[in-house]
Design a protein around this ligand. Structure first.
Ligand code: PEP
Length: 252
């Protein structure tokens, strides 16, 4: 199965609306040379309207960085999945380790958010992390498998191809210490096997899985050459539009 590669930027809380529009204007034309790569930009909620407008008519897809699991109601400050869909957002990151660590998101909340995203026609990009304090290999594997099982629980098999998974080891995020390509491949293989065990091998073969954590042009190619790595989710390095373009070129 040929899976369309993804290069995705996670801007986190680092850009202003005007900077977001400039970035999109800068990359839109050069990206036309890479139609076989899916390019996604994730921004904080206050950027999304500007991002959607700037990306109109381009090949760039826009993602939110978080969502709540209810469509409407008295949940001050939360973001409705129905509102994201209405705005023209296609994807939403769910369960990023920064949300798990700083905002105490649990596996159960990640699952509720993934189900709500799908219910509203959004594609969840579910981040799977790891625990720094876990040192044994088997405990680590168990942690990863369990996060996948808990995140995908109750999702209909026909919705699974609309889910993207992203393995992001906590100690690699923002540290400059990416996993080496072999270690990343081992984890992504494990994640694909878990999807296969939960659903079936054909579905697992269709699901795209990204690696994230200190990806930059110097290490992207080795990662993207691995059989189970279908894309890269990039924080710091992708704040620069030219570096993002360079990553797309490498993914080709
Ligand atoms: C991220 O936070 O999703 C990420 C991958 O960050 P960085 O590339 O900066 O490690």
């Amino acid at each position: 199965m040929v899976r369309k590669p993804i290069v995705m930027a996670n801007w986190k809380m680092n850009k202003l609306p005007s900077e977001a529009s400039d970035y999109i204007q800068h990359i839109q034309k050069p990206l036309l040379a890479y139609p076989e790569i899916e390019t996604i930009l994730a921004g904080q909620d206050v950027l999304l309207d500007a991002m959607v407008n700037a990306a109109q008519g381009t090949t760039i897809e826009i993602a939110a960085e978080n969502v709540y699991w209810k469509e409407r109601g008295a949940y001050t400050g939360e973001t409705s999945p129905a509102a994201l869909a209405d705005l023209g957002i296609k994807h939403v990151i769910i369960g990023h380790s920064e949300r798990r660590i700083y905002f105490r998101e649990t596996n159960e909340m990640v699952n509720l958010k993934a189900l709500a995203a799908l219910r509203n026609g959004l594609h969840p990009i579910v981040a799977i992390d790891e625990q720094i304090q876990i040192v044994s290999h088997s405990d680590h594997m168990h942690w990863v498998v369990n996060e996948v099982i808990e995140a995908l629980k109750g999702i209909n098999i026909e919705d699974i191809p609309n889910v993207v998974l992203a393995f992001e080891p906590t100690q690699s995020i923002g540290s400059g210490q990416a996993l080496n390509a072999d270690q990343a491949q081992e984890n992504l293989y494990l994640i694909r096997q878990t999807v296969s065990d939960m659903f079936d091998a054909q579905i697992a073969d269709r699901v795209r899985i990204m690696y994230g954590g200190s990806v930059k042009p110097a290490n992207a190619l080795a990662l993207l050459e691995k059989p189970d790595i279908d894309g890269v989710l990039v924080g710091d390095a992708a704040l620069d539009a030219n570096t993002f373009l360079e990553l797309v070129r490498l993914a080709q």
